[in-house]
Design a protein around this ligand. Structure first.
Ligand code: UFG
Length: 331
């Protein structure tokens, strides 16, 4: 029998894809989510429990009811821009509530933890592609919260035998190629879904946040990674933890950067539609370029991204977008 995995935030975009991947591999899962940003209908596998990450009594009930052997944590707030305007929310949810979860895990002697960290922990790159040993100096509160949790994990590993993998995601994008689940944030802040909303006629235009960066075409460069490839890496990370009993951090990216303009051009080809974009001011907290090397995940986890191509990423996102009903008002 495979170990039962608690998927905190498993009703959200990345968590739901990981929950799908775990179920396909035969791992029993329990999704714990407050459905503030997640969607109940995205939990198509395993059990579901409604609850708050910050509430120890609710979390305790889960650990009393199930024999949870590993926890994957996706219940973070993820908008860089919002974190600049409302850092209190980010520190409370991403740091304090995560500390609460780790303490409940200790109470129940649950030792394996997989954490959704971020490329945002690096800040301004001194060299690209970024490797895991690059300096971590975030330039926004969102990145700070992810780095703080990495530090907490390292201290908990030393003091309490916690074993963890921190996965530093670059830009997760795309949707389940089978079309069962996809990206659905309300409001949406991420580039690819916004571009597709314009292509679908749900938005008049998108804003390009700055075209005066020191990049080849002046717009920000990011490393886009397919969410199903990301999901696969989590399962490999779990197996790594179970086999090696050692903690580690891995970048998850494709090692190739695309500018905002290049992503728009790619989406125009995929959708066959013109996408209207207007230049606006830079978004505070945005590093000009974030591109990562996943060489460590490839060699140590045996990870092999199979949907790395940007056209594939945008195509799966577009298929999901088109298959959706009218936009909802719930979140
Ligand atoms: N962008 C626009 N217009 C928009 C939305 C985004 O120009 O309407 C630009 C942004 O300025 C940025 C790029 O598109 O340069 C990508 O922006 P996203 O908001 O899609 O993603 P971020 O790079 O800000 O952040 C994402 C995740 C974070 C993660 C980070 C790591 O949201 O959780 O990638 O690179 F940490």
């Amino acid at each position: 029998m495979k170990p039962t995995v608690l998927v905190v935030g498993g009703a959200g975009y990345i968590g739901s894809h990981v929950n799908q991947g775990l179920a396909r591999r035969g791992y029993p899962t329990v999704v714990y989510d407050n459905l503030l940003n997640g969607h109940r209908e995205a939990v198509k596998w395993g059990d579901f429990a409604l609850g708050e990450l910050a509430d120890p009594s609710q979390l305790r009930l889960i650990f009393q009811h199930y024999r949870i052997e590993a926890v994957m944590h996706f219940a973070g707030l993820t908008s860089v821009g919002e974190s600049m305007a409302a850092p209190d929310k980010y520190y409370a949810n991403n740091v304090a509530a995560t500390l609460n979860l780790l303490n409940i895990m200790r109470e129940f002697d649950c030792r394996y933890f997989i954490f959704s960290s971020s490329a945002a922990t690096y800040g301004l790159p001194l060299s690209v592609p970024l490797a895991e040993d690059h300096r971590q100096a975030p330039v926004n509160p969102y990145g700070q919260t992810k780095l703080m949790v990495e530090r907490i994990l390292s201290d908990f590993a030393a003091a309490y035998q916690l074993r963890y993998v921190a996965l530093r995601y670059f830009n997760a994008a795309g949707a389940d190629p089978g079309g069962e689940i996809g990206e659905d944030h309300q409001p949406e802040t991420h580039l690819i879904p916004i571009i597709l909303e314009v292509a679908a006629g749900r938005r008049a235009a998108l804003s390009i946040f700055g075209d005066d960066y020191d990049t080849p075409d002046g717009t920000c460069v990011r490393d886009y990674i397919h969410v199903s490839d990301l999901a696969e890496a989590h399962i490999l990370a779990l197996e790594y933890l179970l086999q090696n009993q050692a903690s580690a951090a891995f970048n998850l990216g494709n090692g190739q950067g695309y500018s905002v303009r290049e992503v728009i051009e790619c989406a125009e080809k995929v959708t066959g539609r013109a996408i209207r974009a207007v230049i606006s001011a830079r978004r505070p907290g945005d590093p000009p370029i974030l591109v990562g090397s996943a060489a460590r995940a490839i060699s140590e986890l045996g990870w092999q991204p199979s949907l790395a191509d940007l056209t594939t990423i945008v195509t799966t996102a577009w298929r999901w977008h088109q298959g959706r009903k009218a936009p909802r008002n719930d979140s």
